[in-house]
Structure formats: structure tokens, C-alpha cells
Design a protein around this ligand. Structure first.
Ligand code: M6R
Length: 352
């Protein structure tokens, strides 16, 4: 059941510290600063990585592709439904990773079958043991988020990111003590966001808006897309996410005093450029809400702050996303939406 919560979504947002703890359990070693993932210890460092997925899982894949590239492995994320049209040639040195919470998404399964047929090595990163994707891939890694009932993916997105962060370390052998420590800090950091978030007030202040925009750069860009997806999915309001640099190439025309902009700002990466983008939208009178681990540097540029604990840019999206989930949840709640079962959507999309 919902254990006293009004909605499964709220319960699942609040379960994130435990979900991440489960995901990390037994996979991190502080002594030799290594990540080891038992179920895939026979996987070797690939020449290149392709990730295939849909929706929220695609946003986790965009995040992972960036991590792999940072660690020297060429990697790209594909919408599973476009994979047969887009895929660059692959061979047995290519690792194709199907990222899917349910393990049953038809488009992802179809793309996985293509990758298998084309001779790639394949890996499922999934929440469901024994799911179709886990059975058809050469290898499977489990994110261990526990069952997710709400149609909106929340804790599974957090666990996908944590799992993929560990996977990129395990496959490249690149892992500092700091990275292991920062991964371990995530559950408590998420708890502190859940305990103190001002998202409910922020949602109330901007409930009467025409649209919601989400911007970020680098590791903040995929989570901006995810913030917008969650908002439209459960509130039915117009929402869009962009890499912040794209704003002035079109979307800026939509920005007004009736379009709040959520800006994901890391204190350690791209801060100056993000502040520049904040100024661009603020000069069009858009209210700006910063989701940031460096409030002191940004507070005089923005209208509102949603704080997150300080962390490295690679892990910031996992924390920033919790605030964005809560904002969408409270907007939907205040609008009286059917939060756990949004209209027209299904938890598991088993048709192409
Ligand atoms: O089960 P999957 O991760 O393969 O599902 C993919 C998408 O259908 C899913 O992430 C969808 O976008 C979410 N419900 C959004 O919250």
C-alpha cells in the first residue's frame, strides 16, 4: 500500500535514500577505491558504448553517455524507437546498454534485438529480475530500486543514475576515493533535501503559469529534460527542458513573466555561463528558480532557490532531480491531478 502517503509517487520520492543505498550495497570498496559489480564482473572495457532507452530512462542514458565520454570511452544515447535508423556501425567491441526500469518496453526490446543481431555485446540495466530485456541481453545489472507503482518514474531514475555512475567506473577502472565517498553520501544528502525542500511553496507561487522551462549545462542538461518530462506528465502543463545554450536559438521567444525557468546550477562547473543564461531570461522578466549547491554565488541573480547539498558535478543531477520531482508533484497536487495514473499513459509501454 501507500503506507500513509496520498500517492505512490510521493512515497517513491521519499524512498530514494533507501533505493540508492540498496543500489550501492556491496558494490563500493573504500579500501581500494574500486567499484565492483558481481553480476557483470566478466565484462571488459569496451571500445565504445551505445545506450538505448525511452522516456526517463533515455535521460538517465544521456547522463551515462556523458560519464563514459568523460572517462575516455566514446558513448552515445539513442531513443530506442530511432535506433535502427540512427545506430552507427557496431561490432563485438561495442557494448550496447539497454536502460529500462521495467525491462518490458517494446521499443527498447526491439532495439536490443537489433543490437544482438548486429553482433554487439549487450547489457541490460534494469529494475526487474527476469524481465524480457534482462533475459535477452548477454548480461544484466540490477538497479535494485524496489517496485515502482506510480506511472511517473522517480526512484528508478535516481537508481539508474547511481547504477550507471558505478558501471562507468567499473568498466573504465577510473574511480577516485572522492568519487566513492561522494556516492556513499548520496542517501543522506537526498534525505536532507526531502526534509527541508521548499518545493511545495515554490509550486504554489508559480501554480498559475503558462509554461515551465528547465535549463542546465553539462551534467545538468539531461536532468533539465527530465524535470520538464515529469512536469508535463503529471501536471498536464506545458513544460520544456533545454541545454541552456540552446535558449537563445529559439525557445527564448516563448519566455515571459508567465514562464518560470528552473535553472540547474553547479558551483563547480559552468557556473558563469549558467548565470549568463539566467540573466537572459530574467531580462525577459521570467521568474528564475535556481536548483543549486552554491546558493551564495547565485542568490542575487534569481527569484527563488531550491538548495541541494554540495557535490561533484557528476553527481549533482541525482540531487537536483529530487527538487524537480517535488516541484512537479506539488504543482500536480495543487491542481488536483491524478498523480499516480496520468491520463493517456501506461507504466509499461509494450507496443512499438
Ligand atoms: O520501463 P522503462 O524504463 O523502459 O520505461 C521507459 C519510459 O516509458 C518511462 O521512463 C516513462 O518515460 C516514465 N513513466 C516517465 O516518468
Amino acid at each position: 500500500g501507500k503506507s500513509g502517503y496520498d500517492h505512490y509517487m510521493r512515497k517513491e520520492i521519499n524512498e530514494q535514500p533507501r533505493a540508492i543505498r540498496n543500489c550501492l550495497r556491496g558494490r563500493l570498496s573504500e579500501i581500494d577505491r574500486a567499484v565492483s559489480i558481481d553480476e557483470i564482473d566478466d565484462l571488459e572495457r569496451p571500445e565504445r558504448v551505445q545506450l538505448i532507452s525511452c522516456g526517463t530512462s533515455y535521460h538517465a542514458s544521456l547522463y551515462a553517455a556523458r560519464l563514459f565520454r568523460d572517462r575516455g570511452i566514446p558513448a552515445s544515447a539513442f531513443h530506442a524507437s530511432e535506433y535502427d535508423a540512427d545506430a552507427i556501425p557496431i561490432d563485438d567491441e561495442t557494448l550496447v546498454i539497454a536502460v529500462t526500469q521495467s525491462g518490458e518496453t517494446a521499443d527498447t526490446l526491439g532495439a536490443l534485438r537489433d543490437a544482438n543481431r548486429w553482433g554487439a555485446e549487450t547489457l541490460a540495466v534494469t529494475n526487474v529480475v527476469g524481465s524480457s530485456v534482462s533475459r535477452e541481453a548477454d548480461h544484466a545489472m540490477y538497479i535494485r530500486a524496489g517496485p515502482e507503482i506510480s506511472v511517473a518514474a522517480t526512484k528508478t531514475f535516481a537508481s539508474q543514475q547511481a547504477a550507471l555512475a558505478m558501471l562507468s567506473s567499473a568498466l573504465t577502472g577510473e574511480c577516485s576515493r572522492g568519487f566513492v565517498e561522494d556516492l556513499r553520501a548520496l542517501p543522506d544528502q537526498i534525505q536532507s533535501i526531502l526534509d527541508r525542500s521548499r518545493a511545495e511553496e515554490v509550486a504554489r507561487d508559480y501554480i498559475d503559469s503558462d509554461a515551465y522551462f528547465f535549463i542546465g549545462r553539462g551534467y545538468g542538461a539531461p536532468v533539465a529534460l527530465e524535470g520538464a518530462l515529469k512536469m508535463k506528465e503529471i501536471t498536464y502543463k506545458h513544460a520544456e527542458g533545454f541545454p541552456a545554450g540552446e535558449l537563445k536559438h529559439g525557445p527564448l521567444a516563448l519566455v515571459s513573466e508567465r514562464t518560470p525557468v528552473f535553472a540547474i546550477i553547479s558551483g563547480a562547473s559552468n557556473q558563469e555561463k549558467m548565470i549568463g543564461n539566467v540573466e537572459e531570461v530574467a531580462s525577459r522578466k521570467a521568474p528564475v528558480i535556481a536548483v543549486t549547491d552554491s546558493p551564495a554565488a547565485v542568490e542575487h541573480h534569481v527569484d527563488d532557490l531550491l538548495r541541494i547539498p554540495e557535490t561533484r558535478p557528476q553527481l549533482l543531477p541525482i540531487l537536483a532531480n529530487v527538487q524537480l520531482q517535488l516541484v512537479s508533484y506539488w504543482v500536480a497536487n495543487q491542481l488536483g491531478r491524478s498523480i499516480d495514473k496520468p491520463r493517456n499513459l501506461a507504466k509499461s509501454v509494450t507496443v512499438e
